[in-house]
Design a protein around this ligand. Sequence first.
Ligand SMILES: [Zn+2]
Length: 312
Amino acid sequence: MPIVTSTELFKKAYDGGYAIGAFNINNMEIVQAITEAAAELKSPVILQASQGARKYANSVYLVKLVEAAAELHPELPIVLHLDHGADFATCKDCVDNGFTSVMIDYSSHDFEANVEESRKVAEYAHERGAVVEAELGTLAGIEDAVSVDADKAMFTDPDQVEEFVNRTGVDSLAIAIGTSHGAYKFKPGTDPKLRLDILAEVSRRLPGFPIVLHGSSSVPQEYVRIINENGGALKDAIGIPEDQLREAAKGAVCKINIDSDLRLGLTAGVRQHFAEHPDHFDPRQYLTDGRKNVKDIVAHKITAVLGSDNKI
Ligand SMILES: [Zn+2]
């Protein structure tokens, strides 16, 4: 299947009470792991590249890797999405080079600037058959160059969402309801709670409109343990409880972003491999184990969190 936009996928997800996983890609093994899990479970999938990923791998490699996955899995609907586009120029570059979906993240600017930049991106993308995600509110945490202190994070104000969507014409909206970027989200012993009341109010104001959650890794403790038992030194942290994400996916949330969990899985696989086989130096050997963990995690998310299996 050619790479598609998320329009139809979100419509079905909204009506069906599930969400589509948006998984971050940086290299071939990650693209393979995500798409193999999605194809086996008959789940549509969003592959997203951040600016950091484009810088690391070169955007051309990422686009071609996703095209290869689409060719190898002709039945699988795949969206190629830009995660956290910083400005119009970055979004334009991606639309011009094969991305079917872009995020313009002007959420750290004031409301009017956010409206203006998001509107400009939406106009450009729509003329070329691509779709646009924008963000209102600010998440805590670190993603590539974007770092926001917890005290600067702000929940989305439901009073702003109708005006924002109407004036910009964007196709989906990322909101801040307590999720957080990165692997160090919350201290152990705390009880992270998503503000599902804000989500409910946003969806009441925007009936039928797809909502996006960023920073939705759950930081599986099993992989943190494997990493630390095999030479790693990760600090203790917990992520977003999966049952709360499942609840959000049943409503207006149509896209859930997951990155850190895949990184943890890949790293755990590689570290465990080296601990067990200190004499190995063939990347195919240790990356096979890392890739297997990523595939297992994606499969788990699809069935237990997103509910997007058997939807193709
Ligand atoms: Zn994000």
